[in-house]
Design a protein around this ligand. Structure first.
Ligand SMILES: Cc1cc2nc3c(=O)[nH]c(=O)nc-3n(C[C@H](O)[C@H](O)[C@H](O)COP(=O)(O)OP(=O)(O)OC[C@H]3O[C@@H](n4cnc5c(N)ncnc54)[C@H](O)[C@@H]3O)c2cc1C
Length: 441
């Protein structure tokens, strides 16, 4: 025991970790929530930051602010680097120390996933992924900078390459990004440039799968594809990216020249399985028992994207609802044990359905037997996403921004912010000509 009051350590303040912490609000324990960033992030709206609709502060909130009224909870900014499950402590790296041991009586690991380039880590340099706020700002910079670079470029033959956007991976993130870029070029940017016509931007969405949104029904996946094509997106299925470099992408032997390639494909779990040295599934996610605890260690729980659990013979998907429900379940279980009650029955996921947005005012929705596409599905998407934002101030701010963007076409945050210096140029083989004296149409 770390002290007289039992201690619950939660690693990760994402959907799973936050739900666990909230479920322990009135528990007779000290709750220590550790995250390597100071904010909880609403990842489903990351693509809107990457396409300049929303600002970073509209989809993220400081974790300590969210939990400010929870008097039994302490929030620590630090990165967990390992777990000693026999000595019952986690090791933390913070700003000036490494390997600081933090003992626990109960441990909840909710550390999510990171990008996976399917063994091609060399692609990362040229095709950033979308997982954190820093990623979203970097993708936003890349997209907005491409237009600036094209406007400054006097050689019109280079405009097409500069204005070609390739999204690798046609799951929900790729589809949502492609739709949002299409709306950006058609609505927001169209009248602001003189040398280039943003509407002529080429947006390519590619995937080796035979259809977009593979987890949705065939019918909804076709509706999403048709909608993307009506927005001018080129959907190329059946072949993945063989090569990604500074010149663009090679797909099925064909080079697509592009300065802006965005990785919207695979993810890999956090190293929680390695820290614990326990059985993982093929992807590396920790195999948990029906009560989301680790076999042989009833005080250690793994929830959300970094856990692997089957229900009715199928693995649970890596979505926010699974993480929230598992986090809440683990928190309630620990609370019961701490209060001298019996452990609850096994965890059971209640599937509320799947949704994805495709451009302005259009979404696909699949919930049980209900399959919808179009504006009504978009209204449901908007309501659900507003409801699940962490704080009411964010709900109001996002709602107002959406209305403003809908009416005016204007976006909330179109600033190019280079946090690491003022370099104007994205990587590329040729220099950009910044001689603005002559303007050619
Ligand atoms: C772009 C995008 C769009 C998505 N859209 C949807 C959607 O529309 N609907 C849906 O249901 N799901 C969506 N998802 C998936 C959903 O966001 C995840 O399933 C969910 O976030 C998983 O929750 P989690 O708690 O397991 O992990 P996360 O929410 O990722 O939280 C993990 C936390 O752990 C912290 N952490 C990680 N490692 C360490 C460490 N070593 N030390 C300390 N802290 C650490 C991280 O900083 C983070 O705060 C989307 C995901 C992405 C990336």
């Amino acid at each position: 025991m770390p002290g007289s009051v039992p201690r619950v350590v939660i690693v990760g303040g994402g959907f799973g970790g936050l739900a666990a912490a909230r479920a322990l609000k009135n528990a007779p324990a000290e709750i220590v929530l550790i995250d390597r960033v100071n904010h909880h992030l609403f990842q489903p709206l990351l693509y809107q930051v990457a396409t300049a609709v929303l600002a970073t502060g509209q989809i993220g909130s400081p974790i300590r602010n969210i939990l400010r009224k929870q008097k039994n909870t302490i929030v620590i900014l630090g990165e967990v680097t390992g777990v000693d499950k026999d000595k019952k402590c986690v090791f933390v790296k913070d700003a000036d120390r490494t390997g600081v041991p933090i003992p626990y009586d109960f441990l909840v690991l909710a550390t999510g996933v990171t990008h996976s380039y399917f063994g091609h880590n060399e692609f990362e340099r040229f095709a950033p992924g979308l997982k954190s706020l820093a990623d979203a700002v970097s993708v936003r910079n890349k997209i907005l900078q491409a237009f600036e670079q094209a406007e400054a470029e006097e050689d019109p033959s280079r405009h097409r390459d500069l204005l070609t956007f390739v999204l690798v991976g046609a799951g929900p993130t790729g589809v949502e990004m492609a739709g949002a870029i299409a709306v950006l070029v058609r609505n927001t940017l169209k009248s602001e440039f003189r040398r280039i016509n943003p509407e002529k931007a080429r947006i390519v969405l590619l995937d080796m799968a035979p259809r977009v949104l593979g987890t949705f029904s065939e019918h909804l996946s076709q509706a999403a594809k048709a909608r993307l094509e009506s927005l001018g997106v080129e959907v190329r299925l059946g072949n993945g990216a063989d090569q990604i470099d500074a010149e663009g992408v090679i797909v099925a032997g064909e080079r697509i020249s592009s300065q802006t390639v965005i990785w919207t494909a695979g993810v890999a779990p956090s190293p929680a399985g390695k820290w614990l040295n326990v059985t993982t599934d093929r992807a590396g996610r920790v195999r948990v028992q029906q009560d989301v605890s680790v076999p042989g260690y009833p005080e250690v729980f793994v929830v959300g994207d970094t856990a692997s659990l089957d229900q009715d013979g199928k693995p649970l998907p890596g979505v926010a609802q699974v993480a929230i429900q598992q986090g809440r379940y683990a928190g309630n279980l620990i609370h019961r044990v701490l209060s001298g009650k019996s452990r609850p029955g096994p965890f059971r996921y209640f599937d509320k359905g799947n949704m994805a947005v495709v451009g302005k005012g259009f979404a696909v929705l699949q919930s049980g037997k209900v399959h919808l596409s179009g504006f009504v599905a978009w209204l449901a998407w908007a309501a659900v996403h507003l409801q699940f934002l962490a704080q009411s101030s964010l709900r109001l701010s996002v709602f107002l921004q959406w209305i403003w963007t809908c009416i005016t076409g204007q976006r909330g945050s179109r600033l190019i912010v280079n946090h690491h210096g003022g370099e104007l140029r994205t990587q590329g083989p040729q220099e950009t000509h910044l001689e603005l004296a002559k303007t050619s149409k």
